[in-house]
Each structure stands twice: as structure tokens, then as C-alpha cells.
Write a protein that binds this ligand. Structure first.
Ligand SMILES: *Cc1c(COP(=O)(O)O)cnc(C)c1O
Length: 376
């Protein structure tokens, strides 16, 4: 029953050490003992975020932290650029709409990511823009944005750059300080290998200045309260105590492996799976697919939803399907988080079995052979 593998872009597989830590008795959060744990968590997050700036922890899923960045930095009618190249770009746009912002929407074909040239042109045409919202890993398409290049363009302007890195943090490289990214938002259930329930946001001095003039209403997600409490190693409200205990265990696993090695593992595993898909005659959907998640285009006449259903219910590997315009057209495989070589090999084998059962004609084992060759 339990032996089922998640090759999904969140929630991801939680390592045993982290699961066990979640079973510890609850400690009270207004104690020096918990404050020490909280301080360690903040330090660990700064390592993963590659920043010396504060990283706030919220008891919410990733979207709560996304919302917090909108309401704490902006004011009604502020002009913002929102990159929309998939479902999560759409989420940024919907959030900004909900709070009455004046949106310049950059619609990108879903099989591409935003080009630095387009960002430069849009910023030139809109010098009064206060913030640029984009996504590091657009989970719905597999596209990974070149945040370093985008940041170079936004940095000299008055605008701040806010990056949804929920499915990219701890998976693909994001040098928050070195690249000058103002706000990086993440969540617990993706690269950090935790259960869902924590949201994170880092904040640069440039963003903190903007925070001072922000007039949108906020209460639960008030960054000023959060930052003031962070200095005392606590939160304004009851934190997700068990999740933060688990967070430290997960952060230690990442530190032990080394952040660079974690990135390299994701590249190695996703390249091996890509080799397997190619050997089966299948193509990857997004031209800028990185190592977080890939969309695989289904062969003619094969329904991607059926591939996912068979893989999950018969062969015990959870993949994800396409969303909206991609529904049925792609299935997604992710090496995000706690995924090893065996998981990747099994994932390719299960894709083969599902495709075989759905009548796709190919030489059984060809994908697995290519994946194995890529790994040795
Ligand atoms: C998963 C994800 C989110 C956050 O979703 P929640 O369900 O609120 O945790 C946001 N952005 C991206 C790119 C994601 O992959």
C-alpha cells in the first residue's frame, strides 16, 4: 500500500528522517528551546536561499507567501509587470488583480519562458512600474526562467523583482543576493522535502524600502510584524511548530549533500529521464525545460491523463498530467526533492509500461536502457 513513488512537482517525497521528526511531541513555541530551533531554521533557509537577508516563515502553503509579497509591497493601482507563461504566472496575475493592481501582463507561449529582451522592452515602455512578478520554475510547463538575466534588467530600475521560486528553490540554482533578486518566495512541499504547510519569503533592502510605503491591507501576513519577531527568533502568531522541527532536519540533509550537489543531482536525474523519453521517440514540451519538472508530449492518439492514471493506480508511480490547454497532451515527470537514481529508472520503466498498455508501438526497454546508459 505505502510503496508508491512520487515523481511529482509537489508535494514531493519526504525522507524518513524528516517524517520521524514530525512525530516528536509538541513543544511550546514561546520558549528558549523553540527559539533556538527557529534561529537554526532561519540560518538554514538563508543558506538555501543564498541570501544574508531575512527569510520569513509563514504557516501557509506557498500561495500564502505569494500573497504576502503582494500586500506588503504594493498599494492600490500600482503598476506591475506580470509574466504569464503557465498556471503559476496566471496565479500571480489573479493575485494582483484581486488586490486592484494595474497589471501589464506579459503573455508568453506556454512552451517558452520570458526572454530578457522582452522584459527590457516592457520595462522601458513602462518606467512607472513598481514590481515585476515572475516564476523561477513554471511547474505547469517545466519552463525555467533565466532569473539572473531578468534580474540584471530589473535591478537598475526603480522596480523590484519578485520571484515565485516555490518549485525551484533547492532544485535549480538561484543566487538571491549575488543576482540581486529582491523577493524570493518558496514553500515547504517541493525542493525542501517537507509536508505542505510552510511558506517562505526573503526580502532585500530595496524591497524593505517599498514595504514602508505599501498601502494594501494586511494583517496575518504583515511583514513588518514578521520581521520584528524574526529578530527575536519567533513569529507573531503560532508557528507550524512540528514543520519547523522537520525543516531543520531537511535543511541538514541538504547541507550534508551540499547545495551545489543537490542541483547537480537534479540535472543528472532529469537528463537521464529525458534520454529515456527521447529513446522512446517522445519530445519534451518546453524549449527551456530545466531540471525541476518536465512535460513530456504524448504520442499521437495517446491520452496523457490515461498514462498518469495507469502509472499511479497500476504501477505505483505518481506522475502528474497537463493542466488547461495541456490536459491530455502532456504528462509531467519531476525529480524534485528526495528522488534518487532508482526512482528515476523506475519512473521511465513505468512510463514504458503505461504507454505499452495504451497501444503505443515501441521496443520495450529502450527508454530504460537509455536512462541507464545516461547514469553509468
Ligand atoms: C506549488 C507551487 C506554488 C504554490 O502552491 P501551494 O499549493 O499554495 O503551495 C506556487 N508556485 C509554483 C510555481 C508552484 O509550483
Amino acid at each position: 500500500m505505502r510503496r508508491s513513488i512520487l515523481l511529482t512537482p509537489g508535494p514531493t517525497q519526504v525522507p524518513e528522517e524528516v517524517l520521524v521528526a514530525g512525530a516528536m511531541p509538541i513543544m511550546h513555541h514561546r520558549t528558549p528551546q523553540f527559539e533556538a530551533i527557529f534561529a537554526e531554521a532561519t540560518k538554514g533557509l538563508q543558506y538555501i536561499f543564498q541570501t544574508a537577508q531575512p527569510v520569513m516563515i509563514f504557516a501557509s502553503s506557498g500561495t500564502g507567501a505569494l500573497e504576502s509579497s503582494v500586500v506588503n509591497l504594493l498599494s492600490p493601482n500600482d503598476k506591475v509587470i506580470v509574466v504569464v507563461g503557465g498556471k503559476f504566472g496566471e496565479r500571480w496575475a489573479n493575485l494582483c488583480k484581486a488586490f486592484g493592481l494595474n497589471i501589464v501582463q506579459l503573455d508568453i507561449p506556454w512552451d517558452e519562458v520570458v526572454s530578457p529582451a522582452l522584459m527590457e522592452k516592457t520595462l522601458k515602455e513602462n518606467p512607472d512600474v513598481k514590481a515585476v512578478f515572475t516564476t523561477l520554475s513554471e511547474t505547469s510547463t517545466g519552463g525555467v526562467t533565466d532569473i539572473e538575466a531578468i534580474s540584471k534588467i530589473v535591478k537598475p530600475t526603480n522596480a523590484i523583482l519578485i520571484v515565485d521560486a516555490v518549485s525551484g528553490l533547492g532544485v535549480v540554482d538561484l543566487k538571491t543576493d549575488a543576482w540581486g533578486v529582491d523577493v524570493v518566495v518558496a514553500g515547504s512541499q517541493k525542493g525542501l522535502m517537507l509536508p505542505p504547510g510552510l511558506g517562505f519569503a526573503s526580502v532585500s533592502p530595496k524591497a524593505m524600502k517599498m514595504m514602508e510605503t505599501s498601502k494594501l491591507p494586511k494583517f496575518y501576513f504583515d511583514w513588518k510584524k514578521a520581521l520584528k519577531n524574526l529578530e527575536k527568533n519567533t513569529t507573531p502568531w503560532t508557528p507550524g511548530i512540528s514543520l519547523i522541527v522537520q525543516l531543520n532536519v531537511a535543511l541538514n540533509l541538504i547541507k550534508e549533500e551540499g547545495l551545489e550537489n543537490v542541483f547537480a543531482r537534479h540535472i543528472r536525474l532529469s537528463n537521464a529521464i529525458k534520454a529515456g523519453m527521447k529513446a522512446l521517440g517522445l519530445q519534451i514540451y518546453n524549449k527551456s525545460t530545466g531540471s525541476a519538472c518536465m512535460g513530456v508530449l504524448c504520442p499521437e492518439g495517446i491520452d496523457g491523463e490515461k498514462v498518469v492514471k495507469l502509472a499511479r493506480d497500476k504501477f505505483k508511480v505518481t506522475l502528474t498530467g497537463g493542466q488547461d490547454e495541456l490536459k491530455g497532451k502532456i504528462f509531467r515527470i519531476s525529480t524534485m526533492g528526495n528522488v534518487n537514481e532508482n526512482d528515476a529508472i523506475l519512473g521511465v520503466a513505468v512510463v514504458e509500461r503505461a504507454l505499452h498498455e495504451l497501444g503505443y508501438s515501441f521496443e520495450l526497454g529502450k527508454g530504460v536502457a537509455a536512462t541507464l546508459k545516461a547514469l553509468v
